[in-house]
Design a protein around this ligand. Sequence first.
Ligand code: PRP
Length: 181
Amino acid sequence: MPTRPYVIDEMISAKTIAARVEALAREIHDTFQGTDKLVVVGLLRGSFVFIADMVRELDLPVEVDFIEATSYGDSTESSREVRILKDLRGEIHDRDVLVVEDIVDTGYTLRHVVGLLRAKEPKRLKTVALLDKPTRREVDIKADWTGFEIPDEFVVGYGIDYAQRNRNLPYIGAVRFLAEE
Ligand code: PRP
């Protein structure tokens, strides 16, 4: 998809993200302390950086699994129809589960995935989202833990893309579109 020209303004630095991930991991550790196994489920593709940092901060026995869900394609507008492109590999019945999401925007993705996972009857199911845009919410859902609440700006980096670009930025940046020539 052709993109309009844009620049990226740093919104949350890599250092600030690292400190917040560490603090979130401490709270998650306290909740799941004593677990025999925590299945940490990352929602691809956007959460791949966050889950990598999160599991390395968690001093718990973890299993890592992934679901690939998409509702945006290469568009900046949610289709509100969540498609599962890749399901879990492992079992979560009677297991402790932590869903790791990069951003909650309209809320459709998290609501859909939580519904699917609850149907598998885990012992406990908790959710963590690095970013939350509460002003964009269309369905009533909130992650159990949130890294940062942000305004309604299009963001990239730390796993998050714009038309599949910029996932590899170490910080979260706001996309600022430039006027077309
Ligand atoms: C993005 C993001 C979240 C979801 C949040 O995924 O990674 O999973 O949208 O939006 P929502 O709250 O409005 O549902 P996307 O569909 O772009 O796929 P990706 O993670 O592969 O980039």
